[in-house]
Design a protein around this ligand. Structure first.
Ligand code: NAD
Length: 301
């Protein structure tokens, strides 16, 4: 159908069996990272300090450990400096806040990321709010979340930015489209719903208290699933031909899976982001872009 390259819209309603397109987040993220590496090589040459990213990891959650290593490796591969601060799970909120404040004052650190989730006894809000908004590369401080709400410049949360970049790459036109977002966290669900609205989509938010979530979800051309529930979203939730973005990532004994029953989407959804290789690499690419943005705003001052 001309003008509807993704096969959603009318074509989606007519056909029950179709070829599902897989949005290759790994490939798109690689392109973004290569472009950024070139920019850094060209622009940092004149300066003494490259962009620097500090990552704080509290405790020894194995999944967080993997994410932190991936982020540091990716940062170094594009020519950034990176530092890792590993704190014992028994530290106090004040100790984490003190570390953040120390890093706020280090001129070679341009981005600070506190790997979430934090252990239960640590106050997430005091830690996040201690981050200098200019260095808040996860876009979680109230300054940056407020800027997002007002559609003003600022650092945006990485996963939603990565999703928008992926949709853009595949030519998904969001204007006037119906989107459903499952989940309302400040990390993913809430910011992606605002960003989709800013791209002129009509957004329905679905969360754990929503009544008739499947019926609501089936009205959408685009579904973003960030519920943190393995294989929650089955065919019953999805209109044939819809685009499905699976944010979830779960390490189960039988292997990795997302929040979407991916096997049910093949030949049914118009497009799907795979797990792994979909949203995850885009999140890291967006983090690197945020670190570059943070660097540019600090070295220009
Ligand atoms: P969260 O637990 O903070 O939020 C989950 C949201 O889902 C809540 O708003 C809740 O109301 C909603 N929800 C839970 N069960 C539901 C249900 N049955 N029906 C409808 N809504 C429901 O999680 P989060 O931080 O937003 O992360 C969501 C998932 O995405 C997790 O699996 C997380 O690991 C993953 N994640 C992946 C990346 C990535 O880069 N791929 C980044 C961030 C998060």
């Amino acid at each position: 159908m001309p003008g509807d390259p993704m096969g959603f819209g009318e074509s989606g309603q007519r056909k029950q069996i179709m070829e599902t397109r897989y949005f290759d987040g790994r490939a798109v993220a690689t392109q973004m990272r290569e472009q950024l590496a070139t920019t850094i090589r060209q622009q940092v040459l004149q300066r003494t300090t490259p962009p620097g990213l500090a990552v704080i990891l509290v405790g020894d959650d194995p999944a967080s450990d993997i994410y932190v290593r991936q982020k540091r490796k990716a940062a170094e591969a594009v020519g950034m400096q990176s530092w890792e601060y590993r704190l014992n799970a028994s530290v106090t909120t004040d100790e984490v806040v003190d570390l953040v404040k120390t890093l706020n004052h280090q001129p070679n650190v341009h981005g600070i990321l506190v790997q979430l989730p934090l252990p239960n006894h640590i106050g997430r809000e005091p830690v996040i709010e201690a981050i200098d908004p200019l260095k808040d590369v996860d876009g979680l401080t109230r300054v940056n979340q407020g800027a997002l709400m007002k559609n003003q410049p600022g650092l945006r949360p990485c996963t939603p930015s990565g999703i928008i970049a992926l949709l853009k790459h595949y030519g998904v036109n969001l204007e006037g489209r119906r989107a459903a977002v499952i989940g309302r966290s400040t990390l993913v669900g809430l910011p992606i719903s605002l960003m989709l609205m800013q791209q002129q989509a009509t957004v329905t938010m679905i969360h754990s208290h929503t009544q008739n979530p499947k019926e609501l979800c089936r009205t959408a051309d685009l579904v973003i699933v960030a519920a943190g529930r393995p294989r929650l979203v089955t065919r019953e939730w999805i209109r044939p031909g819809a685009i499905v973005v699976d944010v979830g990532i779960h390490r189960l004994p039988e292997g990795l899976c997302g929040d979407v029953a991916a096997d049910e989407m093949d030949g049914y959804a118009g497009a799907l982001t795979p797990v792994p290789g979909g949203v995850g690499p885009m999140t890291i690419a967006a983090l690197l872009q945020n670190t570059w943005q943070a660097y540019a705003s600090q070295v220009a001052q």
